[in-house]
Design a protein around this ligand. Structure first.
Ligand code: NAD
Ligand code: MG
Length: 404
């Protein structure tokens, strides 16, 4: 049997162990989550771990945390997964429906760390199961925020933001009257092209765009950080999480990534939350909430900081942020289309099919070419997925028209 299930000696809390599932357990957030869980196995029982296609890595994760079940989306990888888990007592399953089933299994916390719209159905299944959701998969809120938040309310599922800026803001707002909020600010490192001209960005390669100065993350969000689309997605995420209108949400460039979020209140105070840039800190916070975790990431030495800089973003050099803001002002269908088109454009850039500046252009042209689709605010997950697919087809045609 798996060592983890009997590792009560590692227990750091008097509370009963929490049952946790990790969706996207092999990714950047998934790996950080597994590191936090593995350090405190006595505090957690791991129900399900899931991944897209890498059976060997998923099996290793499942063995490390002593998961009950490991689920792979790619059915072609099922035989490998089963073979890797032979004799461990860990069940194997495969296919998108099996991931949705695993996500909906009873759990105290489900870490939603799949990237992109692929996470929508599983995360919604976890919400409907009533688990607390440690939400990294921000595209869920961008694609179907209203639907997602009302499902959470109905099911009594708390949504705890893993995204560092939103985790900071969640903590600042805790116990405060939301009516006293003047402005919520998410900070942005500015990414690898913070000081680059448009002419330089026109020639930027995927390798250059993947070289983030402060964070080590999956490829999609790293490119989103280079275009600043990530901050646009985060404004939309903040709108749904904190119930604030677009005009109360803002972005500041802060190259040090130490202050993650700021909230200014009616009384003139601005509260900020600071930590070292290490995703294990917000992940451990979400896993422990409402208790306070011991913390898992690097510690911040305030005395060793020489400066903290803040400046407004340059929307001429980074138009993706303005496009996302416009989509937020239009509403749910527009942000769904924005997110789908962005996924297609980022994939095309990483494959060397289009240039870096084409990413924002394709997103803008997809929105402009969406016609009456833009009025179809999705009321069900089926509608959200159909809208996402239609937007992908438009964006893919735009990519093809540039490549041909
Ligand atoms: P990643 O690419 O490193 O990992 C993605 C995970 O999702 C992997 O486990 C992969 O196997 C799985 N996956 C991918 N496609 C899938 C599919 N079709 N079906 C099932 N599983 C699939 O991504 P990441 O950087 O860990 O980001 C995950 C999410 O967290 C994203 O939404 C991202 O925006 C958000 N986020 C990440 C960070 C970070 O530091 N990496 C910070 C804030 C928010
Ligand atoms: Mg973030």
């Amino acid at each position: 049997m798996v060592a983890a299930r009997t590792a009560a000696a590692g227990r750091s809390s008097a509370l009963a162990p929490r049952r946790v599932s990790v969706l996207g357990a092999t990714g950047s957030i998934g790996t950080s989550t597994v590191a936090v869980l593995a350090e405190r196995l006595g505090d957690f029982l791991v129900e399900a771990v899931t991944a897209n296609a890498n059976a060997t890595q998923l099996a290793a994760v499942a063995r490390k945390v002593g998961a009950r079940v490991a689920v792979i989306a790619d059915t072609g990888a099922y035989a490998d997964l089963k073979a890797e888990l032979a004799g461990t007592g860990i069940a194997a399953a495969a296919g998108p429906a099996a991931i949705v089933e695993a996500a909906g299994r009873p759990a105290d916390v489900v870490v939603a760390a799949i990237v992109g719209a692929a996470g929508l159905a599983p995360t919604l299944a976890a919400v409907n199961g009533g688990a607390r959701i440690a939400l990294a998969n921000k595209e869920c809120l961008v694609s179907a925020g209203a639907l997602f938040m009302s499902a959470a309310k109905r099911a009594g599922a708390a949504i705890l933001p893993v995204d560092s800026e939103h985790n900071a803001i969640f903590q600042i707002l805790d116990g405060r009257d939301r009516a006293t909020v003047d402005r919520i600010v998410v900070t942005a490192s500015g990414g690898p092209f913070r000081t680059w001209s448009r002419a330089q960005m026109e020639r930027a390669t995927p390798a250059e765009a993947l070289r983030h100065p402060n964070w080590s993350m999956g490829p999609k969000i790293t490119i989103d950080s280079a275009t600043l689309m990530n901050k646009g997605l985060e404004l939309i995420e903040a709108h749904h999480l904190f119930g604030q209108p677009p005009e109360r949400l803002d972005v500041l460039i802060h190259p040090q990534s130490i202050v993650h979020g700021l909230v200014s209140f009616a009384d003139g105070y601005i509260l900020a939350a600071l930590s070292a840039p290490d995703m294990r800190t917000p992940i451990a916070h979400c896993l422990a909430w409402p208790e306070t975790s011991r913390g898992a990431g690097r510690r911040l030495d305030i005395g060793a900081l020489s400066s903290l800089e803040f400046s407004p973003p340059d929307l001429d050099r980074f138009p993706a942020l303005a496009i996302a803001r416009d989509a937020l002002a239009i509403g749910g269908a527009a942000t769904n289309i924005l997110s789908a088109a962005n996924e297609i454009a980022v994939t095309a850039f990483l494959a060397g099919r289009i240039g870096f500046l084409e990413i924002a252009r394709i997103v803008a042209e997809t929105l402009a070419g969406a016609g009456e689709l833009i009025n179809r605010d999705p009321a069900t997950i089926e509608e959200a997925v159909a809208l996402d697919s239609a937007a992908r087809r438009i964006a893919e045609d735009l990519v093809r028209s540039r490549v041909d």
